[in-house]
Design a protein around this ligand. Structure first.
Ligand code: CO
Ligand code: ZN
Length: 332
């Protein structure tokens, strides 16, 4: 599974430009699904099985990034706006990658002055894409870009950019393969676009499917950092079953369905109550006449940085829980 995770996290796909990730996922899942299509927003919808209850399983393909707004006339430095929740405190020296492969480096005004101890505003930053030739660059305003880092491993930990939410995509792909069309339910795996800019893809992905239940797969924060954040989730303690986040109160029936499955199958799990952030499930639950929704969350340290960290034991627990939930008859 690690090789597919590496391909996914090192792929290029800032919000609104998910096509490379979509092509990669399509190639991985096509032999294992009954139907595959792309909707008007760009979501990749894969059906597995028919009959029984209908479930949507959503994982977002996009990653946080930037879009260039303006080229400084003399210096050629690029100014930019955010695509999703950029953490200003992590950006100086960050590497940016454009679709054509150009690598830019983020600089900040007064790097060793005021910016050293206070968090700069977005318009204090700029991107250097000079190539030493004519001092100019060929990146036009309106160009999207993602952050760039390669994946690293340390024991059972995986350290990479975009684990939010390519690890969710990897879990969905692995589940599709293990299910191998053996399910009494109708499963729609939705690889969604534009989650990081406001859960936009998930809204159209759920349209017209009349789902009986939805599950989002996404990363969640952990409460095991130096100053404890009073969150119960810990890296390495298993799949996190969502109970609540800022956009989503998980219905009792859905969380019990997940907890009972984990207990029946002996899968390590923990309760997730997240006080900042949400997932595609929050958007799907309010589509149509309403869809009962829950989420399987992957504990992740250093969220929204280029060194997001997950544990492969948790990832395996999430795959097992998802396969258990979707390959047994859904009785909700
Ligand atoms: Co995110
Ligand atoms: Zn996410």
């Amino acid at each position: 599974m690690k090789e597919i995770i590496r391909k996914l996290v090192e792929a290029w796909g800032p919000s609104g430009s998910e096509h490379q990730v979509r092509d990669l996922i399509r190639a991985e899942v096509e032999p294992y699904v009954d139907e595959i299509r792309v909707d008007g927003m760009g979501n990749l919808l894969c059906r597995v099985g028919s009959g029984g209850k209908t479930a949507i399983i959503a994982a977002h393909m996009d990653e946080i990034g930037v879009m260039t707004t303006f080229v400084e006339p003399k210096s050629g430095y690029l100014r930019f706006t955010n695509l999703g929740g950029l953490l200003h405190s992590t950006m100086v020296g960050g590497r940016i990658r454009f679709e054509d492969g150009t690598i830019g480096v983020i600089g900040v005004h007064e790097q060793f002055g005021a910016s050293r101890t206070s968090v700069p505003e977005l318009d204090d930053f700029f991107i250097d894409v000079s190539d030493g030739a004519d001092g100019n660059n060929h990146i036009a305003p309106g160009s999207p870009a993602g952050f760039w880092r390669t994946m690293e491993e340390r024991g059972t930990r995986i350290i990479a950019k975009s684990l939010d939410d390519r690890i969710g995509c990897a879990i969905a792909i692995e589940a599709i393969r293990r299910i191998n069309k053996n399910t009494p339910n109708t499963l729609y795996f939705a690889f969604t676009v534009q989650e990081e800019v406001g859960l936009r893809g998930a809204r159209t992905a759920a349209f017209g499917l009349n789902a009986d239940v939805a599950i989002a797969l996404d990363v969640t924060a952990t409460g095991d950092l130096v100053r404890n954040s009073k969150m119960t989730v810990r890296l390495g303690d298993g799949a996190a079953i969502k109970f609540h986040d800022t956009g989503h109160v998980v219905p009792n029936a859905v969380r019990s369905w997940m907890v009972n499955r984990a207990e029946a199958d002996g899968i390590p799990y923990q309760r997730e109550i997240l006080t900042l952030g949400s997932t595609d499930a929050a958007a799907i639950q309010v589509t149509g006449a309403g869809v009962p929704a829950g989420a399987i969350s992957i504990p992740c340290r250093f969220l929204h940085t280029t060194s997001e960290t997950v544990d492969m034991g948790d990832v395996e627990a999430c795959v097992k829980l998802l396969v258990g939930l979707t390959s047994n008859p859904i009785t909700l």
